[in-house]
Ligand binder design. Structure first.
Ligand code: SF4
Length: 324
């Protein structure tokens, strides 16, 4: 599972997790986005494509425009004095507007609204997130109360909740396993629930989820639990449970707003105090490597290969200086 990266002539070994970096769903969404950007269409995206500043910049540089919400095309005021290039930039025919749905997916109402405003939809939702959507819609139709275990503010969770009509009498129930108060209020929220379907945000940690399932099982007679933590997340988490025990120090690479990187870091830290969460090579400190014989590296699902490579190069450089 681990790739050993030669650390030149230094005795310190660098061990890179095999699953470090982009997951299949993120890579797929980026491939779709770049292909679309080269198609000459005007492409919009609701929010950031992934939680990584470098990738977001690349996407914007490729010409995809980030918007907060879909809008009807505004009337355009032409100033005869303005330069003609600026005028043509504003001339986006309504039938040439494309909305790219990110790997995290989106709720049905958002897609319906965009279609109503003449956006063509290109759906880059990860197939594993799509499967969660399918389960939720199917079980809602069968009359099951939908319970989502995940981070309320995360786009993926909002997209899952948005699969069913929230004007129902029974609104989707959401539990955030990171909030202890959510666990306390858990029992209160489910007292009247007789049958429920539970799905999980794809990047959650199974241990925390199972604790919640245990509580739910004692209160809900007909409970259907779908473990929708995706395979790439499971592989990453399996690796991060072992690596901190086999390496003197651990570096976890990923943006500070990436939830799955945060989880990798938390697991690592709980097993090895010398775990450090960095966004880029600039945050690495030489004193971390004092007396270390090996360093483990892992990276979140939205961390590009280039960032991982830069971190490895920087470590090699620091190790060389240390040995000199
Ligand atoms: S983390 Fe999993 S569900 Fe999310 S985009 Fe990657 S593969 Fe898909």
């Amino acid at each position: 599972m681990i790739t050993q990266v030669p650390a030149l002539c230094s005795p310190i070994k660098i061990n890179l997790a095999k699953s470090a970096g982009f997951c299949f769903g993120v890579q797929r969404a980026l491939d779709i986005a770049f292909k679309l950007a080269n198609s000459g269409k005007t492409v919009y995206m609701l929010g950031d494509i992934v939680h990584n500043e470098d990738v977001v910049k690349q996407i914007e540089n490729a010409g995809i425009k980030k918007i907060k919400q879909t809008r009807r095309s505004k009337a355009i005021l032409f100033n005869p004095e303005a330069d003609s290039r600026k005028i043509s930039e504003k001339l986006v025919p309504s039938n040439n507007k494309t909305l790219l749905i990110r790997a995290h997916g989106a709720g049905l109402a958002i897609i319906k609204k965009a279609r109503g405003l003449d956006y063509k939809i290109i759906d880059a939702t990860c197939p594993m997130v799509k499967e969660i959507h399918r389960i939720v819609r199917h079980m809602d139709k069968k009359g099951y109360q939908i319970i989502v275990i995940g981070d309320k503010k995360h786009d993926e969770v909002q997209g899952i909740i948005g699969q069913v009509n929230q004007n129902h009498q029974t609104k989707t129930i959401l539990f955030d396993p990171d909030l202890s108060k959510a666990r306390k209020s858990l029992v209160k929220t489910i007292t009247a629930v007789k049958k429920a379907c539970v799905v999980v945000q794809s990047t959650q940690e199974l241990g925390k989820v199972l604790e919640i399932i245990k509580i739910l099982k004692t209160h809900i007679a007909d409970l259907k639990f779908f473990n929708t933590i995706c395979k790439p997340t499971r592989i990453k988490q399996e690796e991060i449970k072992k690596m901190p025990l086999e390496n003197d120090i651990m570096l976890i690479i990923g943006s500070k707003n990436s939830a799955n990187t945060k989880r990798l870091y938390e697991i690592s830290k709980s097993k090895n105090k010398k775990s450090y969460w960095i966004n880029s090579k600039t945050e690495i400190r030489q004193d971390w490597f004092k007396n270390a014989k090996n360093v483990g590296i892992h990276a979140g699902a939205s961390t590009p290969k280039t960032t991982i490579k830069e971190v490895i190069e920087k470590i090699r450089h620091l190790i060389k200086r240390k040995d000199a």
